[in-house]
Design a protein. Structure first.
Length: 137
């Protein structure tokens, strides 16, 4: 895994102190945090960092392809620094969001691909996560 600074530079983003801190947080926490969670986590070490700055920074990261936003949670956009194709799973009990590996990328029919320009693909599953699942006997 690249470090935050290298990741930003490789996406053509100037690695300012605040941007590196936000990207570093996303790379180290594969929990798909929302703006509020990133703000609470970084607020202590960076009191000058505002929610607006975080929001704008994430928007820039998304435009440059450094993160993707996922909308599995209807209330808040969540952010993901893991940009390879993968599916998401949300546990209906604890609300945790997991990354799921795909055996193969989802494929669309040739007819669909000629008609539609696909910019973003999101695959969501919902269910019970391993931690919440009661062991079977
Ligand atoms: Zn769970
Ligand atoms: Zn993910």
């Amino acid at each position: 895994m690249k470090n935050a600074q290298e990741h930003l530079i490789s996406k053509g983003i100037h690695p300012s102190h605040q941007r590196v801190a936000i990207m570093d947080y996303l790379l180290k926490h594969r929990t798909h945090p929302n703006v509020d969670e990133i703000y609470s986590a970084l607020n202590e070490s960076m009191p000058t960092l505002s929610k607006t700055t975080i929001y704008n920074t994430l928007k820039l990261f998304e435009e440059k392809g450094a993160v993707s936003s996922i909308s599995i949670d209807e209330k808040n956009a969540r952010y993901d620094a893991f940009t390879q194709p993968h599916a998401h799973f949300q546990c209906i009990q604890c609300g945790a969001i997991y990354d799921l590996d795909l055996n193969q990328e989802p494929t669309l029919s040739d007819e669909t691909k000629s008609e539609f320009t696909i910019l973003n693909t999101q695959i969501y599953y919902k269910g019970i996560c391993p931690k919440c699942k009661t062991p079977e006997k």
